[in-house]
Design a protein around this ligand. Structure first.
Ligand code: DON
Length: 583
């Protein structure tokens, strides 16, 4: 269902250079259900719970998290258990072959960021996706073994558990191992996702053996067991991080990489590190946003947009109004231009975050926004920048003590590279496509990337993943985030605006039709139902071009009602297999 639809980028002057490649597959938009109608939205109610809540894109993984919490585990224990469970029950996106980010808020007030993004192999070079003539070779950064970054998920989850968890690795991995070993019954939402790549599964016997049912696509009601993955998970549960990075699992991946022209070596795995850093933070109308710093572009861009729109009366204007749409789109246009020019892996480049989030910068941007007209993106200074690939998943956890964890992790495309090393049972990522293949040449998602994000050995590609926590007076208010490539940033941002400015409950805030502008292409993406004919006409008169996309993103969010202290959990209704549950 996702493969066929493409949307074209505009032919704005600045986009001309990329016009031939200017399309983003709708598979980048990552949904299994349609957008809510406004009627459904009016009635949408979150799941409520008094003590603790877990929201993920797959109901069995949610249940794993809730069980861990009920057994006395904290939010970090539950988040690690959910991370491993999603690798089994949400294999498109949950993973042990990719990487991601975790934002933690401890009940005592401390906020922490964990970066477990993949790194480029040590033999990687800036021109590795080009031929001898310097042309980018289609598919090399997405479909070949050169697409694989050194995975970070296992080290990330295990490091989080060790530092802030209370349970053993065996305890938190046991539910995932059982789900892989015994299998689980597929629901329509699970099958829809598997269907998107069943043709690719057939190309590789070791993939077909697991993800096809005697050569045929799985149907709802079938049981999917993954004995190979169960064995891999057991090795990790027993041997810890080293089993993955220094033992048989790394050896299997390196062997497959060598057989298929890849660059991975045992040293890549042995040298891999995760990074504990501080989240990027900003304030918005009395709320503190605690989000993901580089190598994510997400937190910085969300914060930059919020600083720009702060003085405008969004609550008065209302959700979907001409003015709120105009000022949001304009703020996004400028913030994405900055994102694409200025951000990269902080180990390799200097990120001017303080300047991007300064009141002076926000004021300078506001001065360029006309009250009654869209600014052509060609007039907004920036150098063309990166976009991201396709498939990812976000989940949120809050425990009874008030600790909260926000995680987004990915293997990039749905099912990543679509290949599995030997009998390891897990999909390898194609995250290297998030790098610049060649400065000035669009990547497979149609955007041209800047040299700040060039491939370098050991570097992490710039990401849009934006796991975020919102605080009010130092106390937990919201946990939010989404898949969806560059749209992750606006989806996460809008979940906050919908609550803070537009007074929605958590379920309404994640279900509400979305709007997205990312500088280039010079158009505004909207989901059905976002615009009324009157607002659309008024905005078109101001110079806006709209592209209606059936649906995108999957925001799995939690809100703590400051008055009742009840937790509101919301599984995005676009993700039909997902679940919010608590106690
Ligand atoms: O890290 C990134 O920004 C991308 N590789 C994430 C891809 C993604 O979110 C696709 N989801 N639908």
């Amino acid at each position: 269902m996702l493969a066929a639809l493409m949307f074209s980028m505009s032919a704005s002057p600045a986009a001309d250079a990329q016009a031939d490649h200017s399309s983003i597959p709708t598979q980048a938009l990552d949904v299994t259900g349609p957008t809510a109608t406004l009627q459904a939205l009016a009635n949408a109610k979150p799941v409520t719970a008094r003590h603790a809540m877990v929201v993920t894109a797959q109901h069995l993984a949610t249940q794993v998290g809730v069980e861990i919490l009920k057994r006395g585990g904290n939010a970090i224990d539950a988040a690690v258990a959910v991370g491993y469970a999603l690798a089994v029950v949400h294999p498109c996106c949950g993973n042990i072959g990719g990487g991601g980010f975790m934002v933690i808020h401890l009940a005592g007030g401390k906020n922490i960021f964990l970066d477990f993004r993949e790194k480029a192999p040590l033999k990687a070079t800036p021109t590795m996706y080009q031929d001898a003539q310097g042309n980018v070779v289609p598919g090399r950064s997405t479909k070949s073994f050169l697409a694989i970054g050194v995975p970070g998920t296992v080290m990330g989850l295990n490091a989080a558990l060790k530092k802030y968890g209370t349970m053993t690795l065996q305890q938190v991995m046991a539910p995932a191992i059982a789900l892989a070993k015994d299998g689980y019954v597929l629901e329509p939402g699970d099958v829809k996702i598997l269907d998107t790549r069943s043709k690719n599964f057939a190309e590789h016997p070791n993939v077909a053996a697991i993800f096809l049912n005697h050569g045929q696509p799985y149907q709802a009601g079938d049981r999917l067991a993954q004995p190979q993955l169960a064995r891999t998970l057991e090795l990790i549960a027993k041997g810890g991080t080293d089993a993955y990075y220094k033992g048989p699992i790394a050896r299997a991946v390196v062997a497959a990489s060598e057989q298929n022209g890849g660059l991975l070596t045992m040293k890549d795995f042995a040298d891999y590190t995760v990074a504990w850093t501080r989240p990027v933070t900003c304030d918005y109308r009395g709320y503190e946003i605690v989000s993901s710093p580089p190598p994510s572009s997400g937190g910085t861009t969300v914060c930059e947009i919020l600083q720009i729109i702060k003085p405008y009366p969004f609550a008065k204007w209302g959700y979907g109004s001409v003015m709120a749409t105009h000022y949001l789109a304009e703020a996004e246009r400028h913030a994405f231009a900055d994102r694409n020019t200025d951000l990269g892996d902080p180990v390799f480049v200097k990120n001017p975050i303080r300047n991007l989030l300064s009141p002076r910068h926000a004021a300078a941007i506001r001065a360029q926004i006309k009250p009654d007209a869209a600014t052509p993106s060609s007039e907004v200074k920036g150098s063309l920048g990166p976009d991201e690939g396709t498939h990812t998943t976000h989940y949120s956890v809050v425990d009874a003590k008030g600790n909260a964890v926000s995680v987004t992790y990915t293997i990039n495309y749905l099912f990543g590279l679509g290949q599995i090393a030997g009998d390891t049972g897990f999909f390898l990522n194609n995250e290297m496509d998030d790098f610049t293949s060649k400065s000035g040449v669009p990547n497979s998602f149609g955007l041209v990337q800047g040299s700040i994000n060039d491939v370098q050995p050991g570097k992490r590609p710039l990401s849009s993943m934006t796991p975020t926590i919102v605080l009010r007076k130092g106390k937990l208010f919201m946990v939010t985030g989404s898949p969806g490539g560059s749209t992750i940033i606006s989806t996460t941002l809008e979940s906050i605006l919908n609550v803070v400015d537009f007074g929605m409950n958590m379920q309404q805030a994640v279900d509400a039709p979305r709007v997205h502008q990312q500088w280039l292409p010079d158009l505004v993406m909207v989901e059905p139902g976002y615009l009324t004919p009157t607002t659309q006409a008024a905005l078109e008169k101001m110079g806006y071009t709209f592209k209606v996309i059936p649906a995108w993103g999957a925001d799995e969010a939690i809100l703590r009602d400051p008055k009742t202290h009840l937790l509101e959990g919301a599984n995005d209704d676009r993700r039909t297999a997902g679940l919010a549950a608590g106690y």
